[in-house]
Design a binder for this molecule. Structure first.
Ligand code: DQA
Length: 144
């Protein structure tokens, strides 16, 4: 990977992980996931910038920041995955690899979750594996 720093971006309502529908999203909090990401990145000699926002525009700004100084982006855009052309357009300005991550498997859920704008700009997609998906995404980027 060209730059050793990875942006890990989390979208709306993921700040409530652990309390929010744990039967779907698991018991890990976002802080637990951040700790797992830090440990995994360190093991691969990478550093991470781990963020969460409930605001679409803030996510767009963070994606634009990835245009320099970052070697990869791991994105769980949460509900914006299924709605946001603005996030897709921002992703299309990047040349670094983007990995789309979801804790749950949206394809086993309501039909409106089956379409992802993010997928149109993602190198790979990891879903349905809970917090482990983030660690797998870091490993994939480390080897890219
Ligand atoms: C999610 C799946 C989305 O459909 C949902 O809106 C989320 C979380 C996931 O990680 O499983 O908020 O991205």
């Amino acid at each position: 990977m060209s730059a050793a720093r990875i942006m890990i971006l989390n979208g709306p309502n993921l700040n409530l992980l652990g309390m929010r529908e744990p039967e779907i999203y698991g018991k890990d909090t976002l802080a637990d996931i951040q700790a797992l990401c830090e440990k995994t990145a360190e093991a691969h000699g990478l550093s991470i910038d781990f963020r969460q926002s409930n605001l679409e525009g803030e996510l767009v700004n963070a994606i634009q920041e990835c245009r320099s100084g970052y070697g990869g982006l791991i994105l769980n855009a949460a509900a914006f995955t299924h709605t946001s052309v603005a996030i897709l357009d921002a992703l299309k300005t990047l040349t670094i690899p983007v990995i789309e991550v979801h804790l749950s498997n949206p394809h086993r859920r309501e039909e409106f979750r089956h379409h992802s704008f993010v997928s149109l700009a993602a190198r790979g997609i990891i879903c349905g594996l809970g917090a482990k998906g983030y660690a797998l995404a870091i490993e994939a980027l480390a080897k890219s």
